[in-house]
Design a binder for this molecule. Structure first.
Ligand code: GDD
Ligand code: MN
Length: 248
């Protein structure tokens, strides 16, 4: 199966230098990596381009030139990976919060499920103890709140480590996704759930980043909580039977 890992970056030069070789060491055939960079002033793009000679035809960089945001970086990255024929699309952060070796489990589970989620909140999953208390509290509250309002049974609806089957992303109305922060994750999983896809969670340990800085703020998380109501209203037209239609 042709797999692409899509990684949005903003000032992740040090992380990318370590992460890309780690990912290519994994036993995953035909693996490609797509970096979606927003004009990082720290030279993230140059680091990725330099690695291209060591891994010919396996790295591409989508350079957007300006800080257009996290959610739209993923949407553009997914569209490019689909256009290039990827069958499995993995999304992950650049900062090693998402354990690279778990990609093997995500891809294995994707043989039976439509979407696989690296989860901090199911048995066996864990959040770094060093995460600030305000982030832990907001994350667990945000998850609880979004799950209740959107009636999702997935435990980790804000996590950013996921694997998608090609046909799932192709059938989703990606052009309607407006969230740019944490609510992007919630919005995507809500659409997949409404379409009737089979979702599964694999436990992960979410480590706090050791290099670089987080781009997420208290404001972004609060905004996510408010967006949940809009997300619930926005996709009422989507029904599970559309899955069968778009699958044909
Ligand atoms: N292209 C682009 N543009 N990339 C961005 C932007 C942006 O505006 N903002 C952040 N990124 C990239 C970062 O460089 C990193 O690779 C990834 O997106 C995640 O950003 P972090 O700043 O490390 O986010 P976080 O650790 O606070 O949040 C993560 O965990 C949350 C769950 O608690 C993310 O995975 C969130 O999506 C997730 O909800
Ligand atoms: Mn992070």
């Amino acid at each position: 199966m042709r797999s692409t890992i899509v990684i949005p970056t903003y000032n992740e030069a040090e992380n990318i230098a370590k992460l890309l070789p780690t990912l290519f060491d994994l036993p995953v055939e035909q693996l490609k990596i797509l970096i979606v960079d927003d004009g990082s002033p720290d030279g993230t793009e140059d680091v990725a381009n330099k690695l291209k000679s060591s891994y010919p035809n396996r790295i591409s960089v989508l350079q957007r030139g300006a800080r257009l945001g996290f959610g739209s970086a993923y949407i553009q990255g997914f569209q490019k990976a689909l256009a290039e024929g990827s069958e499995c699309i993995v999304q992950m952060d650049a900062d090693f919060s998402h354990p690279p070796e778990k990609i093997i489990e995500l891809l294995a589970a994707l043989e039976q499920y439509d979407v696989v989620i690296g989860s901090r909140y199911i048995t066996g999953g864990q959040l770094d103890e060093n995460w600030p208390q305000w982030r832990k509290t907001l994350s667990s509250f945000g998850n609880y709140y979004a799950r209740k309002i959107l009636r999702l049974s997935i435990q980790d609806v804000t996590g950013g480590f996921r694997a998608w089957r090609r046909n799932v992303l192709l059938s989703m109305p990606l052009e309607r996704v407006r969230s740019n922060g944490y609510s992007f994750q919630i919005e995507m999983i809500h659409i997949a759930h409404r379409l009737g896809y089979h979702l599964c969670e694999v436990p992960i340990y979410f480590a706090e980043r050791s290099l670089g800085e987080s781009k997420m703020s208290f404001q972004i998380q609060l905004e996510a909580a408010l967006r949940v109501w809009q997300i619930r209203m926005a996709y009422q037209d989507i029904r599970p039977n559309q899955v069968q239609q778009s699958d044909v």
